[in-house]
Ligand binder design. Structure first.
Ligand SMILES: Nc1ncnc2c1ncn2[C@@H]1O[C@H](COP(=O)(O)OP(=O)(O)OP(=O)(O)O)[C@@H](O)[C@H]1O
Length: 363
């Protein structure tokens, strides 16, 4: 069986080249190229139906690609043209699912031991490794319980212990936190991030929650309609989204239509002219990143907005603002005492704007 020791040293933990997949006549993945270095986490992020689960199933071996090839730790596990297909159990992956997928009639320890039993690891080594894995996820005292006697968060920790117990070359997380409530999700994201770093795991983490992906992953592939729209480190995605769709999906701020008249770029519906960088054409979309906006009457480039809602938060007031002259909405957090109906001027620096063409590359 595939194990860390059979991994080709120095090879990427995962590599996909030109992977495509159709369900009948519907192409759901287009020419996916991805590389994940050992010890890193790749986030697969995108809205429902964009192809995340299909891509994960191709990696795990539950589905076969129509074209392209997939390598795990240097071993080719799928290459239809060369007739190569390794079944899921030979890929030696650790997997964590949304619904935990634990056996209810077995103890926590037996659940965690399962991958080792499949590998015919001896009883005493098996016991030591299970104990170590359960300790790592903070469940050392729960070994003899049944999963049904544990909370949702604890069950997910058992599933994580099972996924890491055999030290697989790659761990796949399929929306592991979506059944947990928000507060627990936030704690578990940090726990998983710490665990992945401590164990130097290589992992693919599927989610539709951008905060989870940005927290956990070294690189995030933002997917849409079966394409990888952008693959980049979290900071790069936030500062330099490649398309308007990426900016929108990551909720980076407000996308406004801009028109070029004889001399200037204007935000459509307003009289605010924008100092544009080099950008051809007569129409564009411009992103005003939320983090670039200041409530500063003396600042440059003042955009007039009306307060629709002001909600108290522990960190200030969360404002929902409408850009006057448009139906576009901006969110802004401020400590200032502001009320619905107030008119505010938001200021920003031109270098913080991000410009996109109106035409969409894939759609
Ligand atoms: N068994 C199937 N037969 C036909 N079409 C399918 C099948 N499974 C998925 N699809 C289609 O393939 C596309 C990608 O689905 P996929 O489940 O990979 O998306 P996803 O990003 O994981 O969505 P979600 O976040 O809702 O799970 C969708 O258009 C979906 O309708």
């Amino acid at each position: 069986m595939f194990s860390k020791s059979s991994a080709v040293s120095g090879a990427p933990a995962l590599s996909l080249q030109g992977v495509s997949m159709s369900y009948g006549a519907e192409k759901v993945l287009h020419q996916i190229d991805l590389n994940l270095a050992a010890g890193e986490v790749l986030g697969l992020l995108g809205p429902s139906g964009c192809g995340k689960t299909t891509l994960l199933r191709l990696i795990s071996g539950l589905l076969l690609p129509d074209a392209g090839q997939i390598q795990i730790a240097g071993t080719t596990v799928a290459a239809p043209r060369a007739g190569i297909t390794l079944p899921p159990e030979k890929r030696g992956l650790g997997m964590v699912f949304q619904d935990y997928a634990l056996w209810p009639h077995m103890s926590v320890a037996r659940n965690v031991a399962f991958p080792l039993e499949m590998m015919r690891v001896g009883a005493s080594e098996c016991k030591d490794r299970v104990t170590r894995a359960l300790d790592r996820v903070g469940l050392g005292a729960m070994a003899e319980r049944r999963p049904s006697d544990l909370s949702g968060g604890q069950q997910q920790r058992v599933a994580i212990a099972r996924a890491i117990v055999a030290e697989p070359p790659l761990v796949l997380f399929d929306e592991p936190l979506s059944n947990l409530d928000r507060e627990l999700r936030e704690t578990m994201v940090e726990e998983i991030a710490d665990l992945v770093a401590d164990l130097n795991l290589s992992a693919v983490y599927v989610t539709h929650d951008h905060a989870e992906a940005l927290t956990l992953a070294n690189h995030v592939a933002v997917m849409r309609g079966g394409w990888v729209e952008q693959l980049a480190a979290p900071a790069e995605l936030v500062d330099h989204p490649k398309t308007a769709a990426v900016a929108e999906f990551l909720r980076l701020g407000c996308l406004l239509p801009a028109l070029h008249d004889a001399e200037n770029w204007l935000i459509k519906g307003t009289d605010l002219s924008l100092p544009a960088g080099v950008f051809g054409g007569a129409e564009a979309q411009v992103l005003l990143p939320e983090k670039a906006l200041r409530l500063d009457a003396n600042g440059p480039n003042k955009l007039k907005t009306e307060v629709l809602r002001a909600q108290v938060r522990s960190t200030g007031q969360a404002l929902t603002l409408r850009v006057v002259g448009t139906n576009h909405v901006i969110r802004h957090l401020t400590p200032a005492p502001v009320r619905a109906g107030d008119v505010l001027e938001l200021s920003f620096s031109p270098e913080d704007l991000r410009w996109f063409p109106v035409a969409d590359p894939h759609h």
